[in-house]
Design a protein around this ligand. Structure first.
Ligand SMILES: [Zn+2]
Ligand SMILES: [Zn+2]
Length: 230
């Protein structure tokens, strides 16, 4: 809940007239996804590289990732860390509820000694208890608990996959916006002044190695920090 509140309340990196001059110096323009001199018609300011205007929040966001409908906020340079913590703790919570519920049902099966029992089927024959019967029996005995277990297992798998995707983005220093755009650029022929049809080869210029990329999520780059590094 703490991570959720932090993520939804934090400033994602709103570009204002006062911080525009410093934010524009942080990232270089790659000339493919981000070109110099493009002005946001709503905010009436030159777009810094890696920024994007969010139509829902009506602001330009520095190192824009995406607009998250779950936290009702943009995810940008300054709150990506909270989004990560929120996502990882949420996945951890879903996984731990699934584990506790699974352990509870297993304990019920173990204590009742159900596995060694038998039942009478529709033909009147005595059958040994198998897994299918056990699942049916548990579902009829604890319908809400078994339903919840199924739900949290699916939730864990979906969130886990999304966590892996976000971890990949963080380690390669890409935002969701750049990942999506770069795939589109890579597939479509780029119209150039040359008569021949050229394909643009997109190269991520923002990656500084796994460790530095991860550090950038938790400690966003500033003009001062960038000067120190170069
Ligand atoms: Zn804007
Ligand atoms: Zn937004």
């Amino acid at each position: 809940m703490g991570c959720f509140v932090l993520c939804s309340r934090a400033d994602p990196g709103i570009i204002t007239k006062s911080n525009h001059a410093s934010l524009i110096k942080i990232y270089a323009y790659d000339a493919v996804l981000f070109r110099k001199g493009i002005v946001c018609p709503t905010c009436n300011m030159e777009k810094p590289a890696r920024s994007k205007h969010c139509g829902l929040c009506n602001i330009c966001v520095h190192r824009f990732d995406h607009h998250c409908v779950w936290v009702n906020n943009c995810i940008g340079a300054f709150n990506t860390k909270y989004f990560f913590l929120y996502l990882f703790t949420l996945t951890g919570m879903a996984a731990s509820i699934a584990l506790i519920t699974g352990a509870f049902l297993l304990q019920v099966v173990r204590l009742s000694n159900m596995m060694h029992g038998s039942y009478i089927d529709e033909q009147g024959q005595e059958q040994a208890v198998d897994i299918l019967f056990l699942v049916q029996h548990l579902f009829l005995t604890f319908p809400r608990i078994v339903f919840m277990l199924g739900f949290v297992v699916i939730l864990t798998l979906v969130l886990g996959a999304y966590c892996c995707f976000n971890l990949y983005l963080a380690l390669t220093n890409q935002t969701s916006n750049e990942w999506y755009k770069s795939r589109r650029v890579g597939c479509s022929p780029h119209v150039t002044a040359q008569p021949q049809d050229r394909r643009v080869v997109y190269k991520n210029i923002y990656s500084n190695g796994i460790w530095m990329n991860l550090k950038e999520i938790f400690k966003p780059l500033t003009v001062l920090g960038k000067k120190k590094r170069t």
